[in-house]
Design a protein around this ligand. Structure first.
Ligand SMILES: C[S@@+](CC[C@H](N)C(=O)[O-])C[C@H]1O[C@@H](n2cnc3c(N)ncnc32)[C@H](O)[C@@H]1O
Length: 175
């Protein structure tokens, strides 16, 4: 948050940054126009609590825009969830839902899903482009972010194999 605030230092009109847990949003009921959540909900242990909070804070005319990495191969990724029970250095903090899980949860929490787009292919292409650029610059130039590059290469592979997907949703509160 401090980095975000620093970026706006000296600007006459600045956004307000509030830090909090997605499972308990520190925001008043019915006060929000848009909840924009990108590649973050995969880390929330209780996505139902998060979606219930989104429904609570959104105005009746509000919109939830959510992009997340999902899977239909829950057994393949079950070991990741098991690691979450271990001490923090081994904890992946990854709890993957499927697209169908999200659609059912929107229904449960009083949302109407108005848009769904499977963006797996363009996201994989974009990752492949970034990884190719890193390779072109050479291994030496990637010092400091090699681990992250390897992780992104793995995600690109899993997206291409359809073991992972990248889903974009728009949902609005049901009247
Ligand atoms: C993969 S990053 C995505 C960040 C950003 N949305 C982006 O696209 O660059 C996931 C973010 O979720 C945050 N996060 C994880 N669990 C959270 C929680 N329970 N409440 C609030 N933020 C959380 C992490 O701190 C991290 O900044």
């Amino acid at each position: 948050m401090h980095a975000a605030e620093r970026q706006w230092n000296g600007e006459p009109r600045r956004p307000v940054f509030i830090q909090g847990d997605a499972h308990r949003l520190p925001v008043a009921d019915g006060s929000v126009d848009v909840v924009f959540n990108l590649e973050s909900a995969l880390h929330y242990a209780d996505k139902d609590a998060f979606l219930s909070e989104c429904r609570r804070v959104l105005k009746p005319t509000g919109t939830l825009c959510l992009g997340d990495i999902t899977t239909t191969r829950s057994r393949l990724f079950a070991p990741l969830t098991l690691l979450n029970g271990l001490p923090s250095q081994f904890n992946t903090n990854i709890y993957l839902w499927s697209c169908a899980d999200y659609k059912a949860a929107f229904e449960r929490h009083g949302f109407e899903m108005t848009v769904h787009e499977d963006a797996s292919a363009p996201v994989a292409r974009s990752l492949a482009g970034g990884i190719a650029e890193v390779k072109q610059r050479g291994w030496r130039a990637s010092k400091g972010f090699r681990g992250r590059t390897a992780l992104l290469a793995l995600i690109e592979h899993l997206l291409r194999k359809r073991h992972l997907a990248y889903d974009l949703f728009r949902a609005t509160p049901r009247a």
